[in-house]
Design a protein around this ligand. Structure first.
Ligand code: SAH
Length: 563
């Protein structure tokens, strides 16, 4: 029984919601809270207290006995925003109860047990069909007990804190498309790995199509819950038996032109489909069209004449590469989407200093592949290779990962057999602009002054073009110990077209604790104050300083100064 205790009207309202949701599991303890807590502690396996944690700590402290026997205690705050397991997280089941209470009240569970605090992904929230002992295995994962992960087929799962090696009778999460039954203490995840190619004569009944598919799956020992799609030729796109079979399996129908199918090499071509629809194979060719391993060669249905054929292919797991910008440094300039992607990935690839910036956000079990400055090509290759092995990979970069960063080398390597997700980040030019005022109010450009990978003549030509076009310019990589003449040279080119008093913003370590932002002028800038942690933004001929802030007018007449 779960004892419910509250003190205030708001607490009582939340308490009543829970009591109404779980009438058979809960009992309301009325009266003075001290007394109510004492009675509930003695009588219930679990308590939910709609009280401050401090109050509950004081009330239960004298009642504490044995860790194994004490009830689990969950606190819910006055606003109903948080459910905090205070006592008996594991043995008392308070962690699991807090998740349930949170779910029911729309609150946030605040689980502080080490293994749980990390936001374990729910096994039933991975987007895959799941079978078996979800509650028991989730509890084992939550409680940090050894859980083995057996991956029979690669699939880009988020990291699961699986630690154990598989032992008979131990907890197991098994990723499989085989038609096995879950054992005790086992969860089966069903990745959509199977493509079933189907052919059907006109008017083939759905039963016959389903029968040949199910027979093939059964004999090959494959689970129908791992079927991703039925594949066939365009001419059969409206064939009712195929559509009905797909609907009953709950999967889409994918079709290809006869020409596309004719070009797929298959083990069992025949003349009949060639005459009928113009390809020597429908079932095998459609199943094999996106690649993979032919598990069941073409077979016919039992009817006479047979009206349906099928073939089953296991397609390779499709990896996922997320290219994630971390923003300029401050945690609250890291987007929620970036955060989600970092936790979604089971492999993280990045420069060591960027990894340090977000290490606390990663889920346990995340494989971290960090490397030092200069290893860009290698990082790009590693990230793509891991994704091609079927993993969920996050490749990180500061600011926006596509701006002078890892996205382009990675995507230059990436093949069409992986999914790529880009998450934009706040790039240094924007972080700096926000500190300087409104320097980017009209057309602007970013130019990197690093001549490591770009010849100086090219950089100079671009600076000159920006100068002539009167663009606001933000210089990235403006100056380092070995590269000190480029910035003065670039500024001199701009000065040929802009007055000496043109505002210039110098922002170092934007959004980081030791960050600085200064507004000076083209003539007044001392290059020695600029380093590799800095961006330099030079105004155009209309940019002014207003109350110490850089302002580039949008150029509309109403904003122009009177003549
Ligand atoms: N992808 C990054 C840029 C990488 S190039 C982005 O989108 O911001 C590295 C250069 O970016 C540095 O030399 C510096 O000029 C600039 N930079 C990156 N972070 C910065 C910050 N927090 N403050 C100022 N400049 C920064």
């Amino acid at each position: 029984m779960i004892g419910l205790i509250s003190a205030t009207a708001a607490g009582a309202a939340a308490r009543d919601r829970l009591a109404a949701a779980w009438p058979d599991r809960t009992r309301v303890y009325d009266g003075p809270v001290g007394d109510a807590v004492r009675r509930a502690f003695a009588e219930c396996e679990q308590l939910v207290c709609f009280l401050a944690t401090g109050a509950v700590v004081r009330l239960v402290a004298p009642l504490l006995g044995d860790k194994a026997a004490d009830p689990g205690v969950v606190c819910v705050d006055e606003g109903g925003r948080f459910a905090v397991p205070l006592l008996g997280g594991h043995a008392g089941g308070a962690n699991a109860l807090a998740l349930e209470v949170a779910e029911s009240l729309g609150a946030q569970p605040v689980v502080t047990t080490a293994t749980d605090a990390v936001g374990l992904p729910g096994l039933d929230t991975l987007g895959l069909p799941v079978e078996g002992e979800v509650a028991a295995v989730t509890r084992a994962l939550l409680d940090g007990e050894p859980v083995a992960l057996e991956t029979e087929v690669a699939w880009p799962l988020p990291p699961l804190p699986c630690t154990g090696s598989s032992a008979v009778g131990g907890y197991t999460v098994r990723v499989t498309d085989r038609a096995v039954e879950p054992g005790a203490r086992e969860v089966l995840l069903r990745p959509p790995t199977l493509v079933v190619g189907v052919g059907a004569s006109r008017g083939a009944p759905a039963e016959e199509v389903l029968e040949v598919i199910e027979g093939a799956l059964r004999e090959a020992g494959l689970s129908r819950r791992s079927v991703a799609s039925l594949a066939t030729v365009d001419a059969k796109a409206e064939e009712p038996g195929i559509l009905e079979a797909a609907a009953r399996l709950g999967v889409p129908v994918v079709t290809y032109s006869a020409g596309e199918l004719a070009s797929v090499p298959v083990p069992n071509p025949s003349d009949a489909p060639l005459a009928a629809v113009g390809t020597p194979s429908v079932a095998e060719a459609a199943a094999l069209r996106e690649g993979g391993e032919l598990l069941v060669p073409k077979r016919k249905s039992g009817g006479s004449p047979a009206m349906a054929t099928c073939a089953v292919v296991r397609r390779p797991g499709r990896g996922r590469l997320a290219v994630v910008g971390l923003g300029p440094g401050a945690r609250d300039l890291l987007t929620p989407r970036a955060k989600d992607e970092l936790r979604r990935a089971s492999v993280l690839v990045g420069l060591d200093q960027y990894v340090d910036q977000i290490r606390d956000l990663l889920r346990p079990g995340t494989r971290i592949l960090e490397s030092g400055l200069g290893a860009e090509e290698e990082r790009a290759r590693t990230a793509v290779a891991e994704a091609r092995r079927g993993h969920a990979v996050a490749l990180i970069g500061s600011g926006d990962a596509g701006v002078y960063a890892m996205a382009s080398p990675a995507l230059a390597e990436a093949s069409a057999d992986i999914d790529v997700v880009g998450v934009p980040g706040v790039t240094a030019a924007l972080a700096a602009a926000a500190l300087l005022g409104a320097p980017l109010g009209h057309d602007h450009v970013s130019i990197s002054l690093s001549d490591l990978h770009t010849p100086w003549e090219v950089i100079e030509r671009r600076v000159r073009a920006a100068a002539e076009a009167d663009l606001v310019v933000t210089f990235y990589n403006p100056r380092s110990r070995g590269r000190d003449w480029q910035l003065p040279k670039a500024l001199a080119i701009l000065a040929e077209h802009r007055r000496p008093g043109t505002p210039v913003g110098v922002v170092r370590n934007a959004s980081r604790p030791d960050g600085t932002a200064r507004v000076t002028t083209l003539a007044g800038l001392d290059p020695a104050t600029v380093d590799m942690m800095t961006v330099v933004t030079v105004g155009n001929t209309a940019t002014r300083t207003v109350a110490g802030r850089m302002v580039t007018p949008r150029g509309y007449r109403w904003q122009e100064e009177p003549a």
